[in-house]
Ligand binder design. Structure first.
Ligand code: ASP
Length: 379
């Protein structure tokens, strides 16, 4: 990272590979785990998206590949993960993150993000941020340039603008059309949507594919998918370098059609993201409210501190969520949630409530998609 903010303060120095002596930082003493022989590792949620044009965008693979390039070039782990997710924030083909993210119920795109830098033990976050397509970079500035942790709404926007971010309309045409279809489908008795007195509305065009081009059919299928269930989506990315330093980021447009001002788990430190440079890191995607209830990512890191593998630690968090519902699968079928985790030794794991979760990894040799462990399977 452009270490300005960190250097300005007397925070903990980044640990060098293989150190086994305590490092003194201010009044805090930490004893790093010996880390010789660690291979760098980057993982992220898979963010494999079917796009409005019918293609597939592999956001997770793009993210881990970019982050690993930076780590291999000697860059800081936080710079690496923020650059990795920026690809997805910038790309409208991912409708759950940054530019092109699905809007809230008033058709405004509101973004949440958090970052944590293991070596300096610092965090930054923004919530309900509008008009700025890279909330993770703004969260990193909160970490580097303030002694605050979380900025929200109008204050977060003003902070970003003062730091030179550009104000942009984040709503894309496909996202606008998806919002309109959602709004028109809500209530047959309100003023929205086709009525016997009107013809040619968006909703009518959507219901028949006769005479439509391939692009229009692909868009309509994409919109129909957005309406089938309540859309969530986010990207979480965690990285470990050869020195054993760890950072993480989570960035999202949150729950589609949310009430303006709703904040999910992604910008909440300990929920959508947690990093402890002595232990490991964890992050989450999926139903944010459930993650906040159990402080998911912090729970996972504490599980790893007590000796659990990343996969077991993540599955334990999934089970805690299931227990809130008395393990009632009918109720649990209303949402999904995924956790991802790495430890200081370079081991990784993921766990999902429902079968089918995947995540992206880059181990320094190749990027690939691997399966999450799962608790339940839908029949
Ligand atoms: N966790 C995000 C939120 O609740 C959404 C998601 O990851 O799908 O805002």
């Amino acid at each position: 990272m452009s270490n300005d903010g960190i250097k300005r303060r007397d925070f903990i120095k980044q640990s060098a590979a293989g150190l086994s002596v305590p490092i003194l930082a201010g009044e805090t003493t930490v004893t790093p785990v010996a880390t010789q022989g660690i291979r760098p590792l980057v993982i992220s949620s898979s963010n494999r998206n079917r796009t409005p044009t019918g293609d597939v965008f592999e956001g997770g693979i793009a993210c881990v590949t970019r982050a690993m390039e930076i780590i291999k070039a000697g860059g800081d782990t936080l710079d690496a993960v923020v650059a990795g997710v920026k690809i997805v924030e910038d790309d409208p083909r991912d409708d759950s993150v940054g530019y092109g993210g699905l809007p809230n119920e008033e058709c405004d795109v509101e973004l949440d993000a958090s970052v944590m830098h293991g070596p300096s033990r610092r965090a930054g976050a923004v919530a309900s941020l509008r008009y700025i397509k890279n909330p993770a970079s703004v969260a990193k500035l909160v970490l580097e340039r303030t002694d605050h942790l979380l900025l929200v709404g109008e204050g977060a926007l003003r902070f970003a603008l003062k730091h030179g971010f550009k104000k942009e309309d984040l709503l894309t045409e496909p996202s606008r059309k998806a919002w309109l279809a959602w709004r028109e489908s809500l209530n047959p008795r309100d003023g929205w949507g086709p009525s016997p007195l009107r013809t040619g509305g968006e909703q009518e065009r959507k219901t028949s594919s006769a005479g439509l081009s391939r692009e229009e059919i692909a868009l309509n299928e994409w919109i129909a998918e957005k309406l089938r269930h309540r859309q969530t989506g986010t990207i979480n990315c965690l990285a470990l370098n050869a020195a054993g330093d760890i950072s993480g980021v989570t960035t999202t447009s949150g729950l589609a059609w949310k009430i303006p001002g709703r904040v999910g788990d992604s910008p909440i430190i300990g929920s959508g993201l947690y990093v402890d440079n002595e232990v490991g890191a964890a992050g989450s995607t999926g139903r944010g409210e459930e993650c906040i209830y159990i402080n998911g990512s912090h729970t996972i890191v504490e599980n790893m501190r007590r000796g659990m593998s990343p996969a077991d630690a993540a599955m334990d968090a999934i089970k805690r969520i299931s227990h809130r519902y008395g393990d009632n699968r009918t109720e649990l079928a209303n949402f999904n949630i995924n956790f991802y985790a790495i430890n200081k030794r370079g081991e990784h794991g993921g766990a999902s409530l429902w079968k089918g979760g995947t995540y992206a990894i880059h181990d320094g040799r190749e990027a690939k998609i691997v399966d999450c462990a799962w608790l339940y399977e839908k029949k």
